[in-house]
Design a protein around this ligand. Structure first.
Ligand code: PAF
Length: 280
């Protein structure tokens, strides 16, 4: 596996593969890789001859009071894991490579409407940072396929919209959420949880499952949402949102809707913010 830090080296490696007619799949990450990330690598490997991963903790997608400084950085462990996962090239850019004019003066991209609510409301500016860095990464790597996890469902949909609206020549592939044995969605942030919080955390997924059951039994969606939020609050979560939405575009739905639904949730245990979602 080659490890490169500059766009020039990255481009040269990708161009050499392209001259041999090889297709390139890309997995963008912020590092601290776990089984969820490696499942993205596996999907990438299954679709193309060459796989590029990036590790870049993107400052522009963190709010001023968020965990950018303490976000876990484990470069040696990530390199070893990517090598074992048969990644061909790891792109580890500096902030200066990604944002040559600085983050404050960077050209940004805003994806409207779909970023207004849910995490867009709870984390103002977050999706501008995500869309901006993803556009930059896609321009740098120019992959045939880029793989994103469904755990960050709103992010996935923002990326799909970005790619469709700007006619970017890349196919976006969505990978299912990987879970721990107790149902907790895998996330680098799970390691912030103390033992008691870790025991409580799977309740988020269990609530989503019982909401699905209640919706399929014909319950009122608004009532199901408020009961779930109350149950999570009683267990010690601070709930940002737990809502039924239209799967196609995350629009709000009428309380009687039963088809094409997803349930998305974000809630904090202490200072750790967990997100999850399931289809109905
Ligand atoms: O999902 C992530 O890890 C990040 O949001 C991404 C897509 C790598 C952009 O920084």
């Amino acid at each position: 596996m080659r490890v490169v830090k500059t766009v020039a080296e990255l481009r040269e490696a990708v161009a050499a593969w392209r001259r041999c007619g090889e297709r390139v799949a890309f997995v963008p990450t912020m590092g601290n890789l776990h089984a969820g990330h490696y499942s993205l690598l596996q999907r990438a490997r299954a679709q193309c001859e060459r796989v590029v991963a990036s590790v870049f903790v993107n400052p522009t997608q963190f709010g001023p009071n968020e965990d950018f400084a303490r976000y876990p950085r484990t470069p040696e462990q990530d390199r070893a894991g990517l090598l074992a996962a048969q990644c061909d090239l790891l792109f580890e850019p500096s902030v200066e490579q990604m944002y040559p004019y600085g983050t404050a003066a960077a050209v940004g991209v805003h994806v409207p409407v779909i970023t207004r609510e849910l995490d867009g409301a709870a984390r103002p500016g977050h999706f501008d940072g995500v869309a901006t860095v993803v556009l930059r990464l896609l321009n740098m790597v120019q992959p045939d396929v880029a793989v994103f996890g469904r755990k960050d469902l709103q992010q996935l949909m923002v990326v799909r919209r970005l790619v469709a609206d700007l006619a970017l020549p890349v196919q976006i592939d969505a990978a299912p959420t990987q879970r721990e044995a107790d149902g907790l969605a895998m996330s680098s942030r799970n390691q912030y949880l103390d033992p008691a919080q870790r025991e409580t955390a799977p309740l988020l997924h269990r609530q989503l499952q019982s909401m699905r059951g209640a919706a399929l039994d014909g319950g009122d969606l608004g009532r199901i949402e408020s009961d779930a939020a109350a149950a999570l609050a009683t267990a010690g979560f601070k709930v940002d949102y737990i809502e039924f939405r239209r799967a196609e575009d995350l629009a709000r739905v009428a309380a009687s809707t039963r088809s094409d639904l997803v349930i998305l949730a974000a809630a904090r245990l202490g200072t750790t913010r967990l997100i999850d979602n399931i289809d109905v």
